[in-house]
Write a protein that binds this ligand. Structure first.
Ligand code: SAM
Length: 903
């Protein structure tokens, strides 16, 4: 396979990295004789399982499930490719892939060759990539082409002169230049694994530990340390190891994630359930759908899961977590609230895990009391690791005495890779590793962490534990999640920046209020009080799956230096933003950009002036929708632009120009002041007028986006509707009819009637054709308030309608519906509605109310409470509300009351 990097490579100049095992051979031999080490390579361990249970699922990724046999075949095919590239024992193959079967297959292929794999989490920028690839002297890199907005292959290419060891890059995703493609590696002839004798005590995996060094340390683990030592960590957490179905919310490429492929999959024969990035609702759905038994996540992730609307008492989806026995939380300390939340909302056991890539892993047990789980990290298991607490002179301390944690055992790594100075600092010749964190062993032999190196700050003469302070903040009744970071002042003094996520519906806290709580109610020490407090909508996560401290601190800086008027100016420039975007969409600019294009070429394609096109492109680049490397004349769509503004994308939202930036909107908001003064629309014709021309434009514009919402509503109602024989549905103010058609398309016996102004008929019929439901649907032209029906319906849909009218009109409209429903029939009301959340959490709803003020005579973005109250007053029953995930749309369902009398 051709690869430019290969041509630049001068192999003879490269020396192999010296590898030492700092654990005495006699100890490794003892662990083998005691049966802790199976004395086999990682791939051999995997093969043993694949031979016995070839058809069992190994990896589940989205809708795909890969069996052990399939994974074996793909790993061996890739191993052959790597072998042909010259990869052999002791060579390093770096991997930068999302969680999924490909990442597992690379791990296994590399192990089959006796080479060393270096997985590192996606999202690393230039500096870390350079550090990782130079330190490891990786000969091959397997990476995903696009990571967010970054072209990662291009980034690696730009480092080529600094990476003399790197010969080949296998790219996953869109091809990059003539670099080999990973997609072509899965169906080659299989590598003969028996041709290589892999030494189980040789290096198998490099785990990158962030620790407190400025650059990541690479720690080398042998096959035995993974298959034996590290896997033993899981033994007490699983009853039948082959039945473990583990979802790793953390990257498999992170230190905590290294329990995934080598241990859960290759050594225990379990199933890995994968999703490529952490998204709380998706994790919850996967846990339920895939009947996961174990979840591996950081404590902040667990908090995010607990905050998900899916776990709130009124949650719309019924998820089943009965198979989930254990959540293993690692990365930083746990709080009591997290422990309680897991018990109450997920009904499983939370395990506190403490580990470091440097060489330690232990955890609490399934039957530990809550106190024990929150305060300790359990008894170190000698088949994994033994712990010794030592003073500064390296002398062992007694039970209950605090000191530095030293560790040694079957999981102990061989050495720091290519960094003898780190070995000198952290290893000794008896095999011990100095972990750097401080702790003590209590009377029952449990390890208590007193200060993780990275979490401890000396302030005013006191040692402050940042995680502990964050837990105290979390105790405030309005706070959902919290993090405290040290952001030293210019003269080096510690300064504590606190970040909190408020509970849904709670107003942002001020620093003063928080300090008052900490001092008066908690009795916190002065040295524990934060200097700043920032309320954030969520805690950003770094590639490792831990909280992204850098991003938070930057945000804090922006707020505290936030004397700038920029946010206000940004608002004032809304007209420019909307106009620029509307022009780009109307010119179909995003569809014409291809892989990259100059302004001149693009101007020709979109039939515009070169000057205009260049200025438009630069403006779009300023908005993050187009990318353009400084000094280069090529422009290409950013991942945001490509995903949402290319018409070929299934996520296209460009049609919304006809909704939000329609001419009518410019007219309405040009004199919004007039509407405010008058208390209603000052347009010559308000939106309530029969056949208002805006509705045609609107119905066309929402075609794509409405399908998404309609599918989500359909998911909610179909389980009930599908049970009714030959269901009849009325879609009131149906527009293009998408909502009713989505239901009809799922059930041929269903009939749908759509009511709207006569002008909507043409688009209704056209859309029905696209859905293939013409035979099942009928359009009834007319006014919502006047139309009459003899027949009765099972379901009435009222989507995006109520906000056009005032409270009394809404009352009348809803009252009419009851008499049109069959007994037990339901109404489904969907649309923008205000909840009790503070305004800053619902800007769309508030702006929508402004839209209604300027466009209608009396419309408003009504509150959910009001809609519920109107329904209750009229005797509707079983009124339920939920918000569609990720959309600002509320959905209210109600069943016809017994009376059902026409108003
Ligand atoms: C915001 S659209 C909603 C369309 C569709 N239900 C949806 O959610 O996409 C409002 C629709 O109500 C229709 N409409 C408004 N007032 C009406 C009335 N008095 N009688 C019939 N249709 C009306 C408009 O023509 C328009 O199609």
């Amino acid at each position: 396979m051709p690869n430019e990097l290969a041509m630049r490579q001068n192999q003879s100049q490269l020396k192999k990295t010296q590898v030492l095992d700092w654990v005495p051979t006699s100890l490794r031999e003892r662990w083998a004789s005691e049966g802790i080490y199976p004395n086999k390579g990682l791939f051999e361990a995997f093969l043993d399982i694949a031979q016995v249970r070839p058809m069992d699922a190994a990896v589940i990724e989205g809708a795909d499930s890969l069996s052990y046999a399939q994974l074996r075949a793909r790993s061996l095919s890739l191993a052959q490719v790597l072998h042909d590239m010259g990869v052999g024992a002791g060579d390093v193959v770096a991997v930068n892939l999302p969680n999924g079967w490909r990442a597992c297959a690379v791990d296994l292929a590399v192990a089959a060759l006796g080479a060393i794999v270096l997985p590192y989490p996606m999202g690393r920028r230039k500096r870390d990539t350079r550090a990782m690839l130079t330190k490891s002297a990786a000969r091959v890199l397997v990476c995903k082409r696009k990571v967010g907005d970054t072209d990662y292959a291009e980034l690696v290419d730009s480092l080529k002169h600094e990476l003399p060891a790197l010969e080949q890059v296998l790219v996953c995703g869109q091809r990059y230049q003539n670099w080999p493609s990973l997609a072509e590696c899965w169906e080659r002839s299989e590598f003969n694994a028996l041709s290589v004798r892999v030494d189980p005590n040789a290096g198998a995996r490099l785990i990158a530990s962030s620790g407190s060094e400025s650059e990541p340390k690479l720690v080398l683990y042998s096959h035995n340390a993974l298959v034996g030592g590290q896997t033993a960590y899981l033994h007490s957490l699983v009853q039948d190891s082959s039945k473990i179905r583990a979802l790793f919310a953390v990257p498999l490429a992170s230190p905590f994630g290294s329990l995934g492929t080598p241990c859960t999959l290759a050594s225990l024969g379990g199933v890995l359930i994968c999703l490529d990035r952490f998204e709380p609702d998706e994790v919850l759905r996967l846990l339920s759908q895939q009947r996961a038994t174990h979840l591996f996540a950081g404590p902040n992730m667990v908090d995010m899961l607990l905050a998900s609307p899916l776990l709130q008492p009124c949650g719309s989806e019924s998820l089943d977590f009965s198979s989930l026995t254990t959540i293993v939380s690692g990365g930083s300390a746990l709080s009591e609230q997290t422990y309680e939340g897991v018990r109450n909302k997920l009904g499983c056991t939370l395990i506190q895990s403490y580990g470091s890539a440097d060489g330690i892993a232990c955890h609490t047990e399934l039957d530990d009391r809550p106190e024990t789980t929150v305060r300790t990290v359990g008894c170190p298991d000698p088949t994994v690791i033994s712990v010794s607490i030592r003073n500064d002179l390296g002398q062992q301390l007694g039970c209950g005495e605090e000191g530095e944690i030293w560790a040694r055992g079957p999981m102990t790594p061989m050495c720091y890779y290519g960094a003898p100075e780190l070995d000198q600092r952290y290893r000794n010749t008896e095999g011990w590793v100095r972990i750097g964190d401080h702790g003590l062993l209590d009377a029952e032999g449990r390890l208590r962490i007193v200060g993780r190196r990275a979490d401890t700050v000396l302030r005013g003469g006191y040692k402050i534990n940042l995680v502990e302070v964050a837990h105290i903040l979390r105790g405030h009744p309005a706070v959902d999640q919290s993090v405290v970071l040290n952001n030293p002042t210019e003269d080096g003094k510690p300064s504590l920046d606190a970040f909190v996520v408020m509970q849904p519906g709670r107003h942002a806290l001020t620093l003063e209020k928080m300090l008052a709580y900490l001092v008066k109610e908690v009795g916190a020490q002065p040295s524990q009080l934060p200097d700043t407090l920032t309320c954030v909508p969520e805690l950003p996560l770094a590639p490792s799956g831990k909280v992204d401290q850098k991003a938070l601190l930057q945000r804090c800086k922006a707020v505290w230096n936030g004397v700038s008027a920029q946010p206000v100016i940004d608002l004032l420039m809304g007209v420019e933003r909307a106009g620029v975007l509307r022009a780009a969409i109307e010119l179909q600019l995003f569809d014409q950009m291809g892989e990259g294009v100059t302004a001149e070429v693009l101007a020709e394609r979109i039939q515009a002036s070169p000057r205009g096109t260049r200025i438009l492109l630069d403006a779009l680049a300023g908005l993050g929708l187009v990318s353009n490397e400084p000094g280069h004349s090529y422009y290409r769509a950013s991942s945001l632009g490509e995903k949402f503004l290319c018409r070929t994308s299934p996520h296209y939202v460009g049609g919304l120009t006809q909704v939000y930036t329609a001419d009518l909107m410019w007219d309405a908001f040009r004199d919004f002041k007039g509407a405010v003064v008058a208390g209603g629309s000052v347009l010559s014709q308000s939106l309530e007028a029969a056949n208002h021309p805006y509705w045609k434009e609107f119905s066309q514009g929402i075609t794509n986006t409405a399908r998404v919402t309609a599918r989500r509503l359909a998911d909610q109602i179909l389980p009930w509707l599908g049970e009714r024989s030959q269901p009849e549905v009325l879609d009131l103010a149906c527009g293009n009819g998408t909502y009713g058609f989505t239901l009809a398309a799922k059930q041929p016996s269903m009939r749908v009637w759509g009511v709207d102004w006569p002008d909507s008929e043409e688009l209704f019929e056209k859309t029905a054709e696209c859905f293939g439901v013409c035979e099942q649907v009928r359009f009834i032209p007319g006014d919502l308030f006047e139309v009459r029906f003899e027949q009765r319906f099972d379901l009435i849909i009222l989507s995006q309608v109520l906000h056009h009218f005032d409270e009394s009109q809404c009352w009348h409209l809803l009252a009419r519906l009851q008499s049109w429903l069959k007994p037990g029939g339901r109404v489904l009301i969907a649309g923008f509605m205000r909840s009790n959340a503070p305004p800053e959490q619902e800007p769309i709803q508030r702006l929508f109310a402004a839209q209604m003020l300027s466009l209608t005579e009396a419309g408003d973005c009504h509150s959910i409470e009001l809609v519920q109250q109107l329904l209750a007053e009229q005797g509707w029953q079983d009124i339920k509300t939920n918000r569609l995930r990720g959309l600002p749309i509320q959905c209210v369902l109600a069943t016809r009351g017994d009376s059902g009398v026409e108003a």
